[in-house]
Design a protein around this ligand. Structure first.
Ligand code: SF4
Ligand code: SF4
Length: 448
């Protein structure tokens, strides 16, 4: 997302986009370029599940406001979108003359619309700029989001858990927890993220990852209670004030410790640390765990020679790893390296992958309208006949597991889990099989 000034110091009085002229020239050009093909709408998970959001309409309605009010701008004259209803009246230069807050809050920020548009119109950036206006200028956001905001503000994480328990997952594992201000002498900082620290399912992923890193001899340390939420959900929901409140001290701490290389299993942390912390002076080499695992497996540092699973697996793309950061192959290669496993693709995969429904801070909002995005995606996964579903994002893991269980499949039928869990399962399964082979033959008991 576009950088914003330091909100604690700026003299600016309005933020985000309300008035049409607050869009950049590129965004305005987009509004005049739509071919109305509807491809964006056809791939939108919010639209497909009955939410009041149609990405093509976001472009066309903003275009109507531009056309109706551009005559007032110096030298301004813009034709309205073709076929626009003559009955529609636009009384002011505000995009909210035509667009409702409900449309804007329905977006999962999955980026499928931008990816498919044949004329490279970006729709998501407009929605997020409008969210900034609604959130910062009008405090007009879903009530449930207010709970997550308060938790991030007071506890440093959207789960509202005690920061002191951030490293509780590591209790029985040999993991170094750094004190803030201590220079990092380890090769990598392992950025666990809020989900990996507090959510029960995802704590198991973190533990699996710690075990895999240890097996591969990777030298990592964690921040434990000193790690705060990166602020992804705050930023994606337009609350830049809260984002800066979380991100600025994180950057100051990481810079003060001399951190250069970061591993994280959360694509939302990955995207924020890698692409957005540079706006605040934080420049790091950020590696997603799928990329590191791929590298460790390819180089042989993580021994997979006996790892095996007799399963059929399908990988669900995370929007923030895939479309937002172009990482599609690494997680597939990781699960594909397991012997005995058959990898199958869902119809919507890779650049066309379907969202789990939790991005864009939707994780913290109710989904009361239409059907649930995760249920639809889970049905697609189950229809492949897979006995395992692999994810590479903590939100995807929660959403896909809920969807699969909601469809009546338990772990023995379809096991959902992060790639790290499947890999560790495969390694331990292979070791178990070997130790059974090595076990001395049981002596027959007299009378048997
Ligand atoms: S980003 Fe995704 S959810 Fe949002 S409008 Fe585009 S396709 Fe729909
Ligand atoms: S895909 Fe692009 S050109 Fe087609 S309707 Fe959507 S915004 Fe317009």
């Amino acid at each position: 997302m576009r950088a914003m000034p330091n909100l604690a110091e700026t003299s600016l009085e309005s933020f985000g986009v309300n008035a049409i002229e607050n869009f950049t020239w590129k965004q305005l050009l987009d509004l005049d370029s739509c071919t109305m093909c509807g491809r964006c709408t056809s791939v939108c998970p919010a639209h497909a599940t009955g939410k009041p959001l149609d990405p093509r309409e976001i472009v066309l309605k903003s275009g109507e406001v531009m056309a109706a009010t551009a005559a007032h701008a110096p030298g301004g004259r813009v034709s309205p979108p073709l076929g626009v209803d003559a009955e529609i009246t636009v009384n002011a230069n505000s995009v909210f003359e035509r667009i409702t807050a409900e449309e804007i809050w329905s977006c999962t920020s999955c980026k499928a619309c931008d990816e498919i548009c044949p004329v490279n119109i970006e729709i998501l950036d407009k929605i997020l700029d409008m969210r900034r206006y609604l959130s910062l200028m009008e405090s007009n956001f879903p009530a449930e989001l207010g709970n997550a905001y308060r938790a991030m503000e007071n506890q440093g994480n959207p789960w509202g858990m005690n920061q002191g328990d951030r490293a509780a997952w590591a209790k029985d594992l040999d993991v170094t927890v750094l004190d803030p201000g201590t220079p990092l002498t380890h090769e990598y900082l392992y950025w666990v993220g809020c989900a990996g620290s507090f959510d029960d399912k995802n704590k198991k992923v973190t533990q699996a990852m710690a075990k895999l890193l240890k097996r591969a001899g990777i030298d990592v340390a964690i921040l434990g209670p000193s790690e705060m939420c990166t602020g992804d959900s705050a930023r994606r929901s337009g609350n830049e004030y809260l984002f800066q409140m979380l991100a600025t001290p994180n950057v100051e701490m990481l810079n003060g410790m001399g951190v250069r290389k970061i591993i994280t299993q959360c694509p939302h942390c990955f995207n924020t640390l890698k692409n957005e912390y540079p706006q605040l002076g934080g420049n790091y080499e950020v590696v997603h765990h799928s990329q590191l695992l791929e590298d460790l497996i390819t180089s042989g540092r993580l021994d997979m020679s006996n790892a095996s699973l007799d399963d059929r697996i399908t990988y669900h793309d995370s929007c923030y790893l895939g479309r937002h950061n172009d990482v599609y192959l690494a997680p597939r290669k990781v699960v594909g390296s397991i012997k005995g496993i058959q990898v199958v693709e869902m119809p919507r995969n890779g650049t066309q992958g379907m969202c789990c429904g939790a991005g864009g801070a939707r994780m913290w909002m109710e989904e009361n309208v239409g059907t649930k995005v995760n249920d639809e995606r889970a049905r697609e996964a189950i229809a492949t006949g897979a006995t395992r579903v692999a994810t590479a994002c903590p939100f995807c893991y929660i959403m896909m597991d809920d969807g699969v269980k909601g469809a009546g499949k338990d772990d023995t039928q379809v096991k959902v889990g992060d790639i790290a869990l499947h890999v560790l399962d495969a390694i331990e399964n292979g070791e178990r099989a070997l130790s059974e082979l090595d076990a001395p033959l049981r002596q027959p008991v007299a009378g048997e």
